[in-house]
Design a protein around this ligand. Structure first.
Ligand SMILES: [Fe+2]
Length: 205
């Protein structure tokens, strides 16, 4: 028995269609890219069960290569599940939602938060991620150039904005800024608020 025995399933999308995204765009993103990370994570697990650990080496070894790709694919899985799970809404929020109050406190206003997240997305090669910074409990938008690069340890994502070209090229070509509009328009703030309250409870322990 080993913890590398674990195999993961691709999670289904729970909504029918999204404003501003074609079925082809979402299908490629979900069924090819996201599913690819899950499948490769499973493959990495299988290989880790039999790999030679005695020859582990930081310059090159099969074990090192597998451990590097373990975090790439695990983070690809986790971030995409977060990305798809907050869609299905109409982008509208209520001022009295706990997460909106926290955003207002930490960024000064909702518009400041959105401006900061859009700038982070434009500057990123992979992800713009809203999370609670565990060092001081404040919300911040973090920039990640790859799934396993740029993460702040212990920061659980609340909103994960995918800016890999595969997230928008079918519908928007190179117009990354245009893609950000439907991203925000499809957010389900009820889900984000529930997630914020769960995450907040983790940090308060
Ligand atoms: Fe993606």
């Amino acid at each position: 028995m080993s913890n590398y025995d674990e195999q993961y399933d691709v999670k289904e999308i729970k909504y029918k269609e999204l404003q501003g995204f074609s079925e082809k765009q979402i299908s490629f993103h979900h069924n090819i890219h996201y599913a690819g990370y899950v499948k490769k994570r499973n493959e990495v697990h299988n290989k880790l069960k039999g790999v030679d650990k005695a020859s582990a080496n930081a310059n090159y070894s099969e074990f090192r290569a597998l451990k590097r790709e373990e975090t790439f694919n695990a983070s690809g899985q986790l971030l995409h599940e977060s990305y798809f799970s907050t869609f299905g809404g109409d982008g509208k929020y209520a001022e009295d939602m706990d997460v909106i109050k926290k955003i207002t406190d930490d960024f000064g206003s909702f518009d400041n938060f959105k401006q900061d997240m859009i700038a982070t997305a434009k500057a990123a090669r992979g992800w713009a991620i809203l999370a609670i910074d565990p060092t001081d409990g404040r919300l911040r938008n973090f920039l990640a150039d790859a799934h396993n690069d740029g993460a702040v340890w212990g920061a659980i994502p609340l909103i994960t904005l995918d800016v890999y070209e595969h997230a928008f090229y079918v519908d928007y070509g190179p117009d990354k800024a245009k893609y950000l509009e439907p991203f925000f328009a499809n957010l389900d703030w009820k889900i984000i608020n529930e997630r914020y309250n769960k995450v907040k409870a983790v940090y308060s322990k």
